[in-house]
Design a protein around this ligand. Structure first.
Ligand SMILES: Cc1ncc(C[n+]2csc(CCOP(=O)(O)OP(=O)(O)O)c2C)c(N)n1
Ligand code: SF4
Ligand SMILES: [Mg+2]
Length: 284
């Protein structure tokens, strides 16, 4: 039986009270609830406070470049599609620097789960506006207030027919655990955007601010594969902010397109030197 202790307990570099703790706790608990042994799990990340998360879990991990959590995640999935593959990223990392990877991997639909720590700020670099920052919010750089239109990650993902789209809140761990479990169980690209207070640099979107606004959608009231409904719901933001699974649709996954992956994983396949040499020679 898998236990929380199997995933280790590490000292973190995060500020006391940061929303990242709720996300770490939720990921760990979801993996334990799903009986995933640490050796069956791979987590990739880029750069940011959020991207430090794989360092605090005892499992396979890769911490790479800013905006680049998805490429190693897809690489690991292709090398061993029996792995449970997660990518974690910040809002800047995923929707800014890694925006192209976000878009095109939704289109590919690999069976991986992307968890975005959406604190509406660049935390690691001490508080510049991110793609999801509220218009008007003042920072040390945006000292006249943010004037760019915020990116709506859920609307974007739903418009791209992303196969699983959810929003959680780092202040509601019990709910977030269920969302992450469902995202991992879903076969296809799963996005869980998590509202994550940054207590040091985002003085607008605080625990209090989110707690006064978030509510859980009643899933019995809509069909989860209704793209138009999901898109309309994703536009709701302000006085009330919906949480839960907005959109879920079964679709063929990227890995299914490759005959070589049908009988076995690449890591279990025999390496045939002669065939590789033949292939290399064919390019001459
Ligand atoms: C290509 C590149 N550009 C910029 C940086 C500097 N940088 C490091 S982390 C970061 C922002 C992180 O913000 P976010 O992804 O939202 O993560 P958070 O720290 O808020 O969790 C930036 C701009 C970098 N490391 N690499
Ligand atoms: S700067 Fe913000 S996001 Fe980073 S650890 Fe501190 S509270 Fe968390
Ligand atoms: Mg951020």
């Amino acid at each position: 039986m898998v236990s929380i202790e199997d995933y280790g307990e590490y000292e973190t570099e995060w500020c006391p009270g940061c929303g990242n703790f709720g996300i770490l706790k939720s990921i760990k608990q979801a993996l334990v609830n799903l009986e995933k042994d640490p050796h069956e799990v791979f987590i990739a990340s880029g750069i940011g406070q959020s991207s430090k998360l794989p360092h605090y879990l005892k499992c396979n991990m890769f911490n790479g470049l800013h905006g680049r959590s998805l490429p190693p995640a897809i690489g690991a999935k292709m090398a061993n599609h029996e792995l449970t593959v997660l990518a974690v990223a910040g809002d800047g990392d995923c929707y800014g620097e890694g925006g192209n990877h976000f878009i095109h991997n939704i289109r590919r639909n690999p069976d991986i789960t992307l968890i975005v720590h959406d604190n509406q700020i660049y935390g690691l670099t001490k508080g510049q506006a991110s793609p999801t920052s509220e218009p008007g919010m003042k920072t040390k750089i945006q000292n006249h207030g943010v004037f760019n239109t915020p990116l709506n990650p859920l609307a974007m993902a739903i418009s791209l027919d992303c196969s699983f789209v959810a929003r959680g809140y780092a202040g509601d761990v019990a709910h977030l655990i269920t969302l992450i479990e469902r995202a991992i169980n879903h076969r296809g690209f799963s996005l869980v955007d998590v509202l994550q207070p940054c207590v040091s640099f985002n003085k607008l979107n605080t625990f209090k601010w989110y707690s006064e606004r978030v509510y859980k959608m009643d899933e019995s009231e809509y069909a989860r594969d209704d793209q138009v409904h999901a898109f309309a719901k994703s536009l709701e933001w302000g006085e009330k902010i919906p949480l839960g699974v907005f959109y879920e649709k079964g679709k063929p996954v990227f890995e299914d397109n490759f005959d070589a992956l049908k009988s076995s994983t690449l890591v279990k396949s025999k390496y045939e030197t002669e065939k590789v040499n033949e292939l290399i020679d064919s390019f001459v």
